[in-house]
Design a protein around this ligand. Structure first.
Ligand code: SF4
Length: 257
């Protein structure tokens, strides 16, 4: 219990001089990115893996499989090309649905031809056919419910696995870091992994998971990918339209990183 006014004054003075906790950089910048994302619809909003996965699904198993196919098609490919390849795949299994059983019965050359719009289509075709066979033989036509099992599929690395898990199973076990997230998280100063000689995106994922609270992990990929597609592109970021110039490490350094 306080006995006199001077004690109370002393405590109040101490409280005034206590250092205020600095707001982390990402937390200052996040609402501005959300506001900029509302200005324009990005390709990821209508053609991202979650949008493709919902197209013409009959049941939740097919939804999960379509999620896996969309994420396996997407690396290093524009969303428009991924969508085209995805629709071509659906067309070659027609009138069946895009299921692992249906894809297993299609010759590899036909799968290759269907997904030719995406980069590395021959490798992706082989991996997709193998994934379909594995889903049929080991998972009753479903995708694995364990991320470690999914990571054993050919062509499935952490980026594909975490995104697939978030969409297909509604479980966000890690952040999906693609080229946009890797670049922009470094430009904004959230992480410092740009100069890593190898496996940069994976190093960004590990660092970003230390920086961002868990309840942001699911949202960050779509938010930042769309920001990269509409404003902060790799070659010509539209800094004159961006509200982050005062705190952006890349802008403040004159475009070097
Ligand atoms: S200021 Fe330029 S580089 Fe920085 S986030 Fe904005 S668009 Fe990207």
């Amino acid at each position: 219990m306080l006995r006199c006014g001077s004690q109370l004054m002393f405590i109040m003075r101490c409280l005034c001089y206590m250092p205020k906790t600095a707001v982390p950089l990402w937390e200052q910048q996040w609402p501005k990115i959300v506001a900029m994302r509302k200005r324009e619809i990005a390709p990821v909003d209508t053609m991202g893996a979650d949008a493709l996965a919902k197209r013409g699904v009959a049941d939740s198993k097919q939804f999960r499989f379509q999620t896996l196919i969309a994420t396996m098609l997407s690396p290093q490919t524009r969303d428009e090309q991924t969508t085209l390849a995805f629709e071509n795949l659906k067309a070659i299994v027609h009138p069946s649905s895009l299921t692992p059983h249906a894809l297993c019965s299609i010759p590899l050359e036909k799968v290759e031809a269907a997904i030719k719009p995406v980069s590395f289509y021959t490798t992706k075709a082989r991996n997709i056919v193998r994934a379909s066979q594995r889903c049929v033989s080991s998972y009753d036509g479903d995708i694995p419910s364990s991320i470690d099992d999914l990571l054993e599929f050919d062509g499935v690395g952490p980026k594909i696995a975490y995104l697939t898990f978030t969409i297909a199973w509604g479980k966000t076990l890690g952040i999906c870091v693609d080229t946009h997230v890797h670049r922009i998280a470094n430009r904004l100063g959230w992480v410092d992994t740009w100069k890593s000689k190898s496996n940069g995106p994976e190093k960004t994922r590990v660092a970003l998971e230390q920086v961002l609270p868990r309840d942001k992990w699911e949202e960050v990929n779509g938010l930042i990918v769309g920001f990269g597609q509409t404003i902060c592109s790799a070659k010509s970021p539209k800094c004159s339209e961006c509200t982050l110039t005062e705190s952006c490490k890349y802008y403040q350094s004159g475009g070097t990183m």
